[in-house]
Write a protein that binds this ligand. Structure first.
Ligand code: ZN
Length: 436
């Protein structure tokens, strides 16, 4: 385990060659005065079952209770479905949701509670389709109703009472609760007031600082001003999670010992690294990546985090050096049995961070040795081409890297990605040797 902070990145508009097709499943969510959350699905035609886009586990069975006992959620071959027990068709079903934090492996939590009773809701969790979710289905009509006195923060705006929107791609986070967002020069912020001052201060000061830093290398963000959500459940948990979606960056702490942890230097360094990693994602641009090429954006975000910490917080040099050393050992040990592209299938997603950082570090150093360019220049050029073409992102990135650096370096990187190595340590040493 690298640390207890996990990051998930599900970017992307990608290179959809198909036109988005409407799901024909309308989704309405109601939060009652008593704090109950109900989701209702209405289908445009009778359905024998509803399936979900996202199936990280089977926890809906426990956490979603149909209002009508003739319905149930079942899991078949790692997919959850809403069905009627007698197999008959239906056009509407309502379910009571459990609005507490639930860690989902490699997926966003459905609810991230704030300590004042507010909550961040992740809409992608609710996307459903009649029968099966085909790739081209990518449009859901959403409606949300909340009790008087609570706000909805949606797409950077504040709304009262109710809201409706069309959702798509990987969905979005929507805040519901008593807190009004604070708009600053860089972000719209919904920061949990219960977080320790040290973390609140870091969110207030370090996030804008990091944004300005990345802006210099990767250009200004386009589109709407990003919203920063930081929530703290303050319960007996032990996980933290963060992620980014278009124009959103979010972090959740599901633990109750933050006030004592903020006196621990390693915890503070891990936190600033975590922020730097997440903010880097905002500046990478939207591109589609398959799971097996996650070294591209996760490794890149981690290497940028290293560069950002060294540039903005020079006192973290020892921490960063030590971390990169650990990444090397971690990556070399992990690649003993399979190549990096197989890491996701082997349940070793963590290797995309550690090996990915080393790959981007090697490329950056090679660029700098040649003089004139660095990883920011290459990524900026890559982002433009990725937007225009339909090539697999990692293939495009490596072919550009080859042009910008050397065929030998890219051949060595490809060996790490695609071959089971007889001596991973030696292969990594070669990649980062700068000798090519
Ligand atoms: Zn990430």
């Amino acid at each position: 385990m690298l640390n207890k902070i996990g990051c998930i990145l599900l970017l992307f508009f990608s290179f959809h060659s198909w036109a988005a097709v409407e799901s024909m499943v309308d989704i309405s969510i109601v939060k009652s005065k008593q704090g109950d959350w109900t989701v209702t699905y209405k289908t445009h035609k009778p359905a024998s079952r509803l399936s979900f886009i996202r199936n990280p586990d089977a926890s809906r069975i426990e956490r979603w209770q149909p209002n009508d006992s003739s319905f149930e959620i079942v899991s078949i071959a790692d997919q959850e479905f809403i069905i009627k027990q007698d197999g008959s068709y239906f056009t509407q079903v309502s379910l009571l949701l459990t609005p507490t934090y639930q860690h989902l492996a490699k997926d966003y939590a459905p609810f991230s509670p704030y300590s004042d009773g507010g909550v961040l809701l992740y809409t992608g969790r609710l996307f459903a389709c009649i029968e099966y979710c085909l790739d081209e289905i990518n449009q859901w009509q959403f409606a949300l109703q909340v009790p008087a006195g609570e706000h909805i923060v949606l797409n950077g705006t504040v709304q009262q009472g109710d809201a409706s929107w069309i959702d798509n791609d990987d969905g979005r986070n929507v805040y519901v609760g008593p807190q009004k967002p604070l708009e600053t020069e860089n972000v719209i912020a919904v920061i949990d007031k219960g977080l320790p001052d040290r973390i609140k201060h870091s969110l207030d000061a370090d996030i804008p600082k990091l944004m300005e830093y990345y802006e210099q290398g990767l250009g200004k963000l386009t589109g709407i001003k990003p919203t920063l959500f930081a929530s703290y459940a303050n319960v007996a948990g032990h996980s933290s999670q963060g992620g980014t979606l278009p124009s959103q960056i979010f972090m959740h702490w599901d633990q109750n010992n933050l006030s004592s942890k903020v006196s621990d230097k390693t915890f503070l360094n891990n936190t600033i690294w975590f922020f730097a990693h997440e903010v880097a994602h905002l500046y990478q641009g939207d591109f589609y990546g398959d799971r097996d090429e996650s070294w591209l954006h996760e490794g890149h975000a981690d290497w940028l985090a290293a560069r950002a910490l060294l540039a903005l917080y020079p006192e973290t040099e020892g921490y960063v050096t030590h971390k990169i050393d650990r990444f090397r050992t971690h990556c070399a040990t992990g690649l003993t049995h399979f190549p990096l592209v197989e890491a996701a299938d082997k349940g070793r997603f963590d290797l995309y961070y550690t090996c990915g950082l080393l790959i981007h570090q090697a490329i950056d150093l090679a660029l700098q040795q040649q003089g004139g360019n660095d990883i920011y220049d290459l990524w900026t050029a890559f982002r433009i081409q990725a937007d225009q073409g339909d090539k697999k992102a990692s293939d495009l990135f490596l072919s550009m890297t080859e042009k910008w650096t050397s065929p030998l370096l890219v051949a060595r990187i490809k060996a790490i990605l695609n071959s089971k190595l007889s001596n991973p340590e030696q292969s990594l040493t070669l990649v980062i040797s700068g000798d090519f």
